[in-house]
Design a protein around this ligand. Structure first.
Ligand SMILES: Cc1cc2nc3c(=O)[nH]c(=O)nc-3n(C[C@H](O)[C@H](O)[C@H](O)COP(=O)(O)O)c2cc1C
Length: 399
């Protein structure tokens, strides 16, 4: 068994969520272990000056790697070893026991942010299940009680965001509002994943291009208004509250908790839309804290059923995702012998270490984004699930 076998799973590891979809993680393969680090070029110094979202994203990535490898039969463990100088959070290495998780690679592949309409929120059992996940790490999950107040906070937070030229410049750098953008299939926020119509995408591009001129004339207010009220799209706002005083390494660990809660939502048929701006703006962060009885660590989400499936966002390693064995309702492989179509574009043989993977992976279908103009087979369907998340110093928030 060789740690380099992880290479073949990278496209699934890359399904992890990251703020602005920067995919900041890097895997550095050594003889016996893989260094999990990050690239400064993919951080958000303006929007995320404390590095909170970076660390949460890296934690979500670590958890994703562990879940995928465990589900596909590669026993690995994670050893935290946070070192800012070396831009490293820890190591992945082979372990006789591997990782135990109730989640599957298929769930990792299927989870995505949903920024559209939600038809209902989570039931009490789902909130209790989320709370149980958070409590294992010393946190908790809370439903935000005052929806009207929250809507006002969101508007304030959006205005704060759009008033900062450096934040807007950075956001603009990660927006891919037309398929002609050279990085459209690779990373960042596309018009599709933001659920923008062609007219809205063109309008946003024009407004952001004119930002330096129009900012003194009130453009931040207009942009905040144009962002609309995501709470009006349904769902319930919940907050994942983390333990107080998390240091950097603990924030990475909390990113793992965030990923587990997000997958718990996904497993319940719900999706999420992070609303980090609520905890990025000092005023709204404080107001939210008081709405949560003064708690200072957390993350907020409003799970619900989405009216239609969310758009699959771009990934650098997303053009070649190994397919997972189909699963029956109890999580058992439903058809371990045949090739499983995730998307139906290319079939390949896995190049390395087939003995590490299940038989179902010997022949596999590679997922890739269709060329422009060809509808994505998983988009526009009626798959239920919807919630939104916001990451914060307290943790993250979701609506
Ligand atoms: C720490 C963190 C913070 C995020 N903050 C926001 C946010 O404020 N607003 C938003 O729309 N999405 C936010 N997201 C969602 C990302 O934009 C999303 O994960 C990324 O674009 C990849 O898309 P996917 O989740 O559909 O795979 C956040 C994600 C993470 C991990």
């Amino acid at each position: 068994m060789d740690i380099s076998a992880l290479h073949v799973l990278a496209p699934l590891f890359w399904r992890a969520p990251s703020a602005h979809n920067t995919q900041p993680w890097r895997l550095d393969y050594r003889d016996e272990e893989v260094h999990v680090g990050w690239d400064h070029a993919d951080t958000l110094p303006a929007a995320d000056p404390t590095g909170r979202d970076l660390r949460l994203s890296l934690g979500a990535f670590v958890e994703t790697c562990l879940i995928v490898a465990a589900d596909l039969g590669l026993p690995i463990e994670y050893v935290p070893d946070h070192c800012v100088e070396d831009r490293r959070v820890g190591w992945l290495r082979l372990s006789p026991h591997g990782y135990r998780s109730p989640f599957t690679a298929a769930q990792v592949q299927g989870r995505r942010t949903h920024r559209g309409r939600f038809s209902a929120g989570p039931d009490a059992d789902t909130v209790a299940a989320l709370d149980a996940v958070a409590r294992q790490a010393g946190g908790e999950v809370r439903v935000v009680p005052d929806r009207d107040r929250l809507a006002g906070l969101l508007t304030t937070a959006d205005r704060h965001l759009y008033a900062e030229p450096a934040v807007v410049r950075e956001l603009r750098g990660w927006l891919r509002l037309t398929p002609a953008h050279p990085r459209y299939p690779a990373d960042g926020l596309t018009d599709r994943c933001l659920e923008l119509s062609p007219v809205e995408a063109t309008g946003l591009r024009a407004a952001l291009a004119a930002y330096p001129v129009l900012r003194p004339l009130g453009l931040p207010r207009l942009l905040a208004a144009a962002a609309g009220d995501p709470l009006a799209l349904g769902g319930t706002v919940i907050v994942l509250v983390g333990p107080a005083g998390l240091d950097d390494a603990a924030q990475v660990e909390f990113g793992r908790v965030l990923m587990r809660t997000w997958l718990t939502l996904h497993a319940a048929g719900l999706a999420a839309h992070p609303l980090s701006q609520l905890i990025d703006a000092p005023a709204t962060r404080a107001a939210l804290g008081s709405a949560l009885d003064g708690r200072r660590s957390g993350c907020c989400t409003s799970p619900g059923w989405a009216g239609r499936s969310a758009r699959r966002p771009a990934r650098r390693a997303g053009s070649a995702a190994p397919a997972m064995p189909a699963r029956d309702q109890h999580g058992a492989a439903a058809d371990p012998a045949g090739p499983i179509e995730v998307d139906r574009f290319r079939t390949v043989e896995l190049p390395t270490a087939p003995s590490l993977l299940s038989d179902a992976l010997h022949r596999t279908v590679i997922s890739s984004r269709p060329p422009a103009g060809i509808a994505h087979p998983t988009e526009g369907g009626s798959t239920p699930g919807g919630c939104s998340t916001v990451e914060g110093e307290w943790g993250s928030m979701c609506r």
